[in-house]
Design a protein around this ligand. Structure first.
Ligand code: ADP
Ligand code: MG
Length: 266
């Protein structure tokens, strides 16, 4: 193959804590909708967020595990947006001074056989920042339902450098990340329950080229095999387009696991 893929992952992980990021309300998957809320979660006037100590500690543990710099000072930033999944109309997140900076995770690729160890490679981490999760919308015909149980749950977003070169490597990275977080008791990483969610940034370039190609963001990869299949599909699509002399445009595409195709979102 004369092309090479360049991939960077953005992985959202729900931390395993007793309560939400800024309030005493707990979060558990699968409860009756809107039963795990309180005035802070619902963004009522006069409520004040109070940081969850456990979420900060667990984020620091993630940083220590992957050799990140954990700075003396880290701060919150406020990201405004208007959407019914977040009643207070802004998300508390981190922008320029995240809790974990740099670091790397080691992956092992499959060997030739069960008894042969595969190639080892380090994937650099850009950062990991803490934020709060948002509620879940369900669209049914011409109305929509909202469940705020998940809103405010502590979410750690782990971003990699564009060091990943194949869907196999992306799969190996996610599997390794998941294993580390589960064994350290930091997160459950159940993708089917939304405990781990991944966006993949994918581009291709001619082998040996020094510049990166146009990046496409793949969303909705909500199983580990979805990540592998979605990236594989996207690489093939991009190579085919380039071979046909088309120019790729920066866009966000949504993976449809049932049909095995991705569609443009924006
Ligand atoms: P943006 O400003 O669009 O959010 P960033 O530079 O912050 O882009 O990168 C977001 C993610 O995309 C990171 O995981 C990064 O490694 C990855 N990335 C950046 N450029 C490319 C590229 N050309 N191809 C594939 N992945 C990329
Ligand atoms: Mg960015």
């Amino acid at each position: 193959m004369k092309y090479e893929a360049v991939i960077g992952l953005e992985v959202h992980v729900q931390l395993k804590t007793c309560t939400k990021m800024f309030t005493r309300a707990p979060y558990r998957y699968g409860e009756e909708p809107n039963t795990l809320t309180d005035p802070v979660v619902l963004g009522m006037p006069g409520t004040l967020p109070v940081m969850n100590h456990e979420a900060i500690e667990k984020s620091i543990c993630v940083g220590l595990m992957f050799g990140s710099h954990v700075p003396e000072l880290t701060k919150w930033d406020r990201k405004h947006y208007f959407y019914p999944d977040m009643p207070k109309n802004y998300q508390i997140s981190q922008y320029d001074e995240p809790i974990c900076q740099g670091g790397e995770g080691e992956i092992e690729l499959p060997g030739e056989s069960r008894n042969v160890m595969g190639e080892h490679k380090n994937i650099r981490l850009t950062r990991a920042h803490l934020e709060e999760d948002v509620g879940k919308l369900t669209h049914e015909g011409n109305f929509s339902l909202v469940d705020y149980n998940r809103a405010g749950a502590p979410l750690l977003e782990i971003v990699t450098e564009p060091d990943i070169r194949s869907s196999e490597e992306a799969f190996a990275f996610l599997t390794s990340l998941r294993t580390h977080l589960i064994y350290a008791g930091l997160a459950e990483c159940d993708m089917e329950k939304g405990g781990m969610r991944c966006d993949a940034n994918v581009s291709v370039r001619l082998k040996g080229a020094s510049e990166f190609g146009t990046k496409i963001v793949l969303k909705n990869l909500n199983t580990i095999s979805g990540v592998r299949n979605g990236i594989e599909y996207e690489i093939k699509r991009q190579v085919k387009a380039l071979e046909a002399g088309e120019t790729l445009v920066k866009e966000t595409r949504r993976w449809d696991a049932e049909r095995g195709v991705a569609h443009s979102m924006r």
